[in-house]
Design a protein around this ligand. Structure first.
Ligand code: CMC
Length: 428
């Protein structure tokens, strides 16, 4: 929309604001001068109508169910590319050529080892610690180990920190799992792909080497691609906000992990499978649908609904098919998948879900696949964090490289007491 402006009438005074257009998607009203001009702020809790930044990484059209990374549709990337390719694409803006992909993969592979002293750090956690609790702590601790890549003003250090984070996350995640089940840590195997190496570090034990099944590696890689980035979601916005103060990248990603853990966000995959198991059999579905619709019951159908997708989540479509493929391949008949499919059908025909535009999201089917591969539910959000690290790092780099970047500092609508005088305790 060339040269468009938006007019605001406040107390009889009119002010004008530029309307900015992206390459696609809704225009935005540039209100940066609003406070200076009118003395008023905007009020938008949950940022439902606010663009917090510009970005060239990911585009979502929630009404059409479209998700693009650097312009490429997610279903094409999930079907035809690899997680390493998508990581390169998100970080660099273009798909890699053959030589570029080889160099990038080699660089990531050479960074998979963790400083040996970090294993001591793990031992400080209770043996039954949730792996996400371990992830928050260990990733935050990376800044104490890799001082030579914490200067955010040095582009080369930013690249090294990005590679380290992407490369070390599978090792950290696998170690969190090993620690929580009381098994010895398994070192990375650089002869394997990113995803196969992660599966080996997770499932190998000294007594029995795990040989990754190509079908499982492929499904896992697909899950990683589908979780790699998702625009300005809560954890990504957390990473950007933390990074806007100049905090080092390891601390910023630890902040993102903490935010992701919540059940409304990345924690939903764990909650969704727990819910499906609790429902147990399709005949109990109506009871849970009724609970989800009951305003007095805090229960929500986990893995349903999305702030942006109001048609369908394209990631859920890919995963719905992948769930059947993986279970067929493994020869598993999991009643949870039957419950999930039945629940989806019932919910999609229910007026409440139709009116509120609630559809299965990425977390609805991912748990069925991860469980079939052998992951306990407590690892689900860890896997999300592992994959989303690529998006967090790419978004953080995009923000830091912007010369106009400012510290994120929202304002508020104050509703507390107005000024009053202190009363000494003896007189209260
Ligand atoms: N089950 C039942 N009712 C729901 C659900 C649900 N899963 N989701 C939303 N609603 C209702 C909600 O009660 C509200 O009703 P009303 O207008 O009568 O108050 C309406 O739909 C709008 O919900 P909202 O909470 O205002 O919407 P939101 O955009 O703030 O929340 C959400 C989005 C994803 C947090 C929410 O849909 C939800 O809690 N879903 C379950 C958790 C989940 O699956 N999260 C994963 C999201 S995808 C992966 C990720 O981003 O991490």
């Amino acid at each position: 929309m060339a040269d468009a402006t938006a007019k605001l009438d406040l107390d009889g005074k009119t002010s004008e604001y530029k309307v900015l257009s992206g390459t696609t998607g809704p225009d935005v009203i540039d209100i940066r001068k609003l406070y200076g001009t009118t003395g008023a702020f905007t009020y938008d809790p949950g940022f439902t109508s606010t663009a917090s930044c510009w970005s060239k990484l990911t585009y979502i059209d929630g009404d059409q169910g479209i998700l693009l990374h650097r312009g490429y549709p997610i279903d094409q990337l999930a079907e035809q590319s690899s997680f390493m390719e998508v990581a390169y694409l998100l970080l660099n803006g273009e798909l890699p050529g053959k030589a570029e992909l080889e160099t990038f993969t080699n660089t990531i592979t050479r960074h998979t080892m963790l400083h040996e002293q970090l294993s001591t750090f793990y031992r400080g956690f209770r043996r039954d610690a949730h792996p996400m609790a371990i992830m928050c702590g260990v990733v935050g601790a990376l800044s104490a180990f890799y001082h030579d890549s914490t200067d955010i003003n040095d582009p080369q250090q930013r690249v090294i920190a990005s590679h380290r984070l992407i490369a070390k996350m599978p090792t950290i995640a696998a170690m969190a799992y090993k620690y929580s089940v009381g098994q010895p840590f398994v070192y990375p195997d650089n002869t394997l792909s990113y995803t196969a190496n992660f599966l080996k570090m997770t499932f190998s034990v000294p007594a029995e080497e795990y040989v990754p099944d190509p079908v499982i590696v492929d499904a896992m890689d697909k899950i990683f691609i589908l979780h790699a980035d998702h625009e300005q979601n809560a954890s990504t916005s957390t990473v950007r906000l933390a990074g806007s103060s100049g905090a080092n990248p390891f601390a910023c990603i630890a902040a993102g992990i903490a935010c992701l853990w919540g059940p409304a966000h990345g924690g939903a995959n764990e909650a969704a499978l727990n819910m499906l198991r609790e429902i147990g059999t399709p005949d109990r579905i109506p009871e849970y649908i009724a609970r989800a619709k009951n305003k007095d019951d805090p229960f929500r159908l986990m893995g349903f609904g999305h702030r942006v997708y109001k048609n369908f989540d394209p990631r859920a479509k890919v995963l719905s098919k992948a769930a059947s493929d993986v279970l067929d391949r493994l020869g598993i008949s999991d009643p949870v998948l039957d419950t999930a499919r039945e629940l989806e059908q019932i919910a999609l025909k229910d007026q409440y879900f139709i009116d509120k535009k609630l559809y299965p999201n990425v977390d609805f089917y991912s748990g069925v696949i991860l469980s079939a591969i052998g992951f306990p539910t407590t690892m689900f959000t860890v896997l999300f964090a592992l994959a989303r690290t690529v998006g967090w790092v790419a978004q953080w780099n995009e923000m830091i490289s912007d010369p106009e970047q400012k510290i994120g500092r929202p304002r508020q609508l104050y509703t507390g007491p107005t000024q009053r005088d202190y009363v000494p305790v003896a007189q209260r």
